[in-house]
Design a protein around this ligand. Structure first.
Ligand SMILES: [Ca+2]
Ligand SMILES: [Ca+2]
Ligand SMILES: [Ca+2]
Length: 609
């Protein structure tokens, strides 16, 4: 990392030129097609929970009670009524926050309701797809989707789709598991492809060499899906999936529920969801066809890929280049692809592997989430941040590639919003301290490397209770009692009222920082150099460098509740600083050093002159 930074700084003539110009560094272009993935600030939302623009589609065109329509605005596990028209109407709010791209949870048609009797819930989140070619009627129509994407583009913003390849809705079931809560994973060793129901079973699928031979000739020999379990589909659901090839059970692994380890991680069902046989060349071609279609028809700007780690790497090695080719053909040179590789700790080797082996261009930065929560909510040492960025070398492409990792401090699967983590870990903190810590986390998100990805509701002080459904509150007036009981941060409002408030202190602070970011290339494209970290809470200082002129942007964070005074090394050419946020040292104390003075939980963005 140091070596790269040095060579950037040696870009002499550009540096001199920039220093003689007054005014701020070049703003990121408004031509959205020309922008790089790292130029964006992403806003992520679930359409069902954002804004209801059309009450007539709340039941998705279905008739009956909530177990048929999936609609129950009083339940966190059912459709609450939000849709694409509502989202289109709220683009002002999103753009006002400083976001330049929206990532919208899957819009494809879902199985409305799933689950064993008494444990049903709805596909309001979008991850239980039956029809990969059509927008879910609860959210609107394909025409509504086109209107949304066009409206986003008309504002110079980008649209990222959330896609799923790993599984479809739960349609296939296994005779041996009827009436049981779990359907245990049956391994290839115990249930080989060439025997029905176990090693001693009747010979089937003669000559099938296994999934590792991905040739069409080999897969032509796989004709009977009942090697591990007796595969069944209810008559009413035999034709429910689109495209039609997805209705054939031979295109699924059919080995029972994943234990999320060993072989089952890629071949097991994600809690009953039908796990697609992604090694089969028919499936590879079929999935490429589906998602090229969405790029081609709507001109979307990127994909977030759900459950990416549960698909075999060979699939991504073929799928990713195909998507990039489709995008280029459509005139989208900087199509972004980032996979979800969920983790519950900061295990960077685990996420980085998916960029090296699977060749995913980028992955959601779960390590960033856990590290920021560690230093902002708990008493983690600021060394943890230094450690996080030191490991950027592990990603394919190293530190420059890490600039494209979507970073986040909350999401729809993480336990609670960031505010929940702070409240849980600091039960005695005042509301003011919780708000300050929340702002500190957002300041890190919006200035450090990666692509800041704001989870909807964070900017309105939404909290949650720790479970995933609890973190998917309605932005429109909610009827869910457990949401409305929540004490929000930075406001006296509750989720019972509309929460599109541009005056909320978090909205204002995020908006300010987002605009600072997107108007300074050091913050979107600049590599980082850690200046100061320590083995306890306190100062974290890091510089980022404008790739065009080498100019330094010094970022300062105080994670402790005490004032921090510390001499911090800077570039010898950084003699004066303009404070873009917080209090910055106005001048260097001597060439190469500044006297930093930060209030408790304070932060500063200092642009060197
Ligand atoms: Ca609606
Ligand atoms: Ca199933
Ligand atoms: Ca899988």
């Amino acid at each position: 990392m140091k070596k790269i930074v040095t060579s950037v700084l040696m870009g002499g003539s550009a540096l001199v030129l920039a220093l003689t110009c007054s005014g701020s560094a070049a703003a990121v272009t408004n031509d959205y097609r020309a922008r790089l993935p790292q130029d964006e600030v992403i806003y992520f939302l679930l359409p069902d929970r954002f804004e209801n623009g059309d009450p007539s589609n709340d039941r998705g065109g279905l008739k009956g009670d909530r177990l048929t329509t999936g609609f129950d605005p009083t339940s966190k596990g059912f459709y609450n009524g939000g849709d694409l028209k509502g989202l289109t109407n709220r683009l002002d709010y999103i753009q006002g926050l400083g976001a330049t791209a929206v990532w919208v949870a899957p819009v494809f048609k879902n199985k409305a309701v799933q689950g064993t009797p008494g444990h049903e819930s709805a596909g309001y989140h979008g991850y239980w797809i039956t029809d990969f070619t059509t927008v879910d009627p609860h959210f609107g129509t394909n025409a509504d989707f086109k209107a949304l994407v066009d409206a986003v583009h008309a504002r110079g913003m980008k649209f990222y789709m959330d896609i799923v390849v790993n599984h479809t809705a739960d349609v296939i079931y296994f005779e041996e598991c009827v009436g049981k809560d779990r359907c245990p994973y049956r391994s290839i060793a115990d249930y080989p492809y060439q025997r029905r129901g176990g090693v001693g079973g009747k010979p089937i699928n003669a000559g099938f060499a296994g999934e590792q031979d991905e040739s069409e000739a080999n897969f032509a020999k796989l004709t009977d899906p009942s090697y591990a379990y007796t595969v069944r589909v209810r008559p009413a659901e035999r034709d429910v999936k689109r495209p039609a090839w997805l209705n054939n059970p031979i295109y699924y692994h059919n080995r029972g529920d994943s234990t999320f380890r060993d072989e089952s991680s890629t071949m097991g069902d994600f809690v009953g969801l039908d796990d697609v046989f992604t090694e089969n060349p028919v499936v590879v071609a079929g999935m490429i066809d589906i998602f090229c279609g969405w790029i081609d028809t709507f001109g979307v700007d990127g994909f977030r890929i759900d459950t990416a780690q549960h698909v075999n790497p060979e699939f991504w090695q073929k799928f990713v280049p195909a998507m990039l080719t489709c995008a280029k053909r459509k005139g989208i040179p900087n199509f972004h692809i980032f996979g979800e590789v969920a983790m519950d700790d900061a295990d960077i080797a685990h996420t980085a592997e998916n960029t090296r082996v699977d060749k995913l261009p980028s992955v959601l930065d779960f390590a960033f989430l856990w590290t920021v929560r560690e230093v902002v909510a708990k008493d983690g040492a600021t060394d943890e941040l230094a450690k996080l960025f030191r490991a950027d070398a592990l990603y394919e492409g190293g530190a420059p590639a890490a600039l494209q990792l979507p970073t986040f401090v909350s999401n729809h699967d993480s336990p609670g919003h960031i505010a929940w983590a702070i409240r849980r870990d600091r039960p005695n903190a005042s509301d003011y301290e919780v708000l300050k810590r929340d702002m500190l986390a957002n300041a890190m998100l919006l200035t450090l490397r990666g692509v800041p990805t704001i989870y909807y509701g964070d900017e309105q002080g939404f909290v949650g209770r720790g479970g995933d459904q609890d973190s998917r509150q309605d932005m429109f007036p909610s009827k869910v009692a457990s949401y409305n009981d929540e004490k929000l941060i930075g406001t006296t409002a509750t989720t019972a009222q509309s929460n599109f408030d541009p005056q909320h202190p978090l909205y204002r602070e995020i908006s300010k920082l987002a605009h600072i970011r997107t108007s300074h290339r050091a913050l979107t494209r600049g590599l980082q150099l850690v200046r100061y970290a320590q083995d306890k809470p306190g100062l974290f200082a890091i510089s980022r460098f404008d790739p065009d002129n080498g100019r330094e942007m010094l970022l300062l964070f105080n994670t402790s509740t005490a004032e921090v005074k510390q001499n911090v090394r800077v570039d010898t050419r950084s003699l004066r600083f303009e404070a873009l946020a917080g209090a910055c040292p106005a001048t260097a104390s001597a060439p190469g050093t500044v006297a930093v003075d930060l209030p408790p939980l304070g932060y500063a963005v200092c642009d060197a002159r």
